[in-house]
Design a protein around this ligand. Structure first.
Ligand code: NOJ
Length: 496
């Protein structure tokens, strides 16, 4: 029984800067994306999640929003957006926008007013605090991008909080006017016809009232980045957040009747905490993103164990979901190599639950070398050399073998992957054994099979000839005796 479209559906993430350029400036845009909609539809996915397309100084490539209701001119106009949305719906697809509630841009008129004086009407729309008694930041909270999470504003003599860049001041969800304004933002896009939101860093939006120091992280090592200097005990995931989520859910549920809008929360927390974001099933987000396939060691038994833990941690009636890549993570084929990226695709698309794919993973884009003068990601620029940069996951889609891979007529804003002349959509459509065809076949199989999309999960470890250390085992026929090829032709993995 299908309760909601997203339960049996697959979501495809588009990173608009890197999907298709129509303006000839080397940056993807909405018109370009509309030109490629038939491709997305042909994959067999059900919904598109579009990373932010709103006016932005682009300090964090759109996750610093200066107007929650507009369209960034680099990407197009409101008319382009309306046309795109209509074209998405005409193909039977859904469109999800990225809602970024934790922070705005420092160029947002709300923040400009907020920082103008201590008495400004919108002062409390952001999180301001006096310096610590002896001077300096109010507490030891660190930004996820490194350094203190506080920035001093000399004009008003207080610090403002920014969980990410200094150009991304945190909004104060404890202020009822701010809440109402953000609810209006949700309604604005839902009224225009979007089918839901992916909610950026949802677990961040509520901080403790007493601004206590976070505990030091006993496992911290400088290679992790300064975010991990402390445990984010007081700066994230506060109990009051669930009332805020409940309001968001009420708004989403008031649209589209039975064919519901979906809310997907970006939440990076351990399982027991993650599960609380489902709420009671009708007052949480529908899908708290599950990043375990990105974060768990790629080892069959470890993954199997996580799947069991995740399945058994789900509250009654909660619907699972799985993610294999994103604009923030290393490319799956870069992490594991193409053979294992194929195994990952099979796992993602045969597990019970809503899968999310990230553009370019379906053609197996791997690791991309970003030379120092090409680095664009502020994450990398703030803490260079730790391998935390996200540019390699954000390089342009490769459509064909023409100049700039058919992505643009100009030099793209980030380089293409080195093998784009052969690793592109057009070439892979010609090859029945390409990873793209594997994705399409899996998606088609999943669509036709209730069991694959929704059937119960049962591990089959016992009795199966799972490898002993160092053995190669086929994940299709489980033929442990095979060394490099196997009778069923499915990918190989290395045993534990
Ligand atoms: C999560 C987004 O996915 C990431 O790209 C962004 O930098 C941070 N949130 C801050 O908005």
């Amino acid at each position: 029984m299908t309760r909601c479209w997203w339960e049996g559906g697959t979501i495809y993430q588009v990173y608009p800067r890197s999907f298709q350029d129509s303006a000839g400036d080397g940056i993807g845009d909405l018109r370009g994306m509309e030109q490629r909609l038939d491709y997305i539809a042909s994959l067999g996915v059900d919904a598109i999640w579009l990373s932010p397309i709103f006016p932005s100084p682009m300090a964090d490539f759109g996750y610093d929003i200066a107007d929650y209701r507009g369209i960034e001119p680099l990407f197009g106009t409101q008319a382009d957006f309306d046309s795109l949305l209509a074209a998405v719906h005409a193909r039977g697809l859904k469109l999800l926008l990225d809602f970024v509630p934790n922070h705005s841009s420092d160029q947002h008129p709300w923040f400009i007013e907020s920082r103008s004086s201590r008495n400004a009407p919108k002062r409390d729309w952001y999180i301001w605090h006096d310096p610590a008694p002896g001077g300096g930041p109010p507490n030891n909270w660190t930004s996820d991008f490194g350094g203190s999470a506080w920035e001093y504003d000399a004009a008003t003599g207080q610090y403002y909080l920014h969980a990410f860049l200094t150009q991304q001041p945190d909004l104060n969800w404890r202020n009822p006017e701010l809440r109402a304004a953000m609810h209006d933002v949700m309604r604005f896009w839902l009224d225009r016809g979007v089918d839901g939101f992916r909610i950026d860093v949802l677990w961040h939006i509520c901080k403790s009232l007493d601004f206590a120091d976070n505990p030091l992280n006993p496992d911290y090592h400088p290679s992790m980045g300064e975010k991990f200097l402390v445990l984010q005990t007081h700066s994230t995931d506060q109990p009051e957040i669930h009332a805020i989520v409940r309001d968001m859910r009420t708004i989403a549920d008031s649209y589209r009747g039975g064919d519901r809008c979906v809310l997907i929360g970006e939440i990076c927390l351990p399982l027991p905490r993650l599960m609380t974001y489902y709420g009671n099933g009708s007052d949480g987000v529908h899908l708290p993103f599950n990043f375990a396939l990105i974060e768990t060691a790629w080892q069959a038994r470890t993954i199997a164990q996580f799947i069991e833990e995740y399945e058994s941690a789900l509250p009654p009636g909660a619907w699972p979901n799985w993610v294999i890549g994103s604009h923030d993570a290393k490319r799956v084929a870069g992490r594991l190599g193409e053979p294992q990226a194929r195994v990952a695709a099979m796992l993602l698309l045969t597990l019970r639950g809503t899968p999310t794919l990230y553009q370019g993973d379906e053609i197996g884009i791997g690791a991309v070398d970003i030379l120092p003068d090409m680095i664009r990601d502020p994450r990398e620029l703030r803490e260079p050399g730790l391998g935390l940069g996200r540019d390699p996951a954000r390089t342009p889609m490769a459509w064909d073998g023409s100049p700039h891979a058919g992505f643009s007529t100009a030099k793209p804003w980030l380089p293409l992957h080195a093998d784009w002349r052969t690793r592109n959509v057009s070439a892979q459509l010609e090859d029945p054994h390409s990873i793209l065809m594997l994705y399409r076949n899996l998606l088609s199989l999943r669509r036709d099979s209730h069991e694959l999309a929704k059937g119960p999960y049962e591990p089959c470890l016992d009795g199966a000839p799972l490898a002993s250390s160092g053995d190669d085992v086929c994940c299709g026929c489980r033929d442990a005796a095979m060394s490099s090829t196997c009778v069923c032709g499915v990918a190989m993995y290395r045993g534990p």
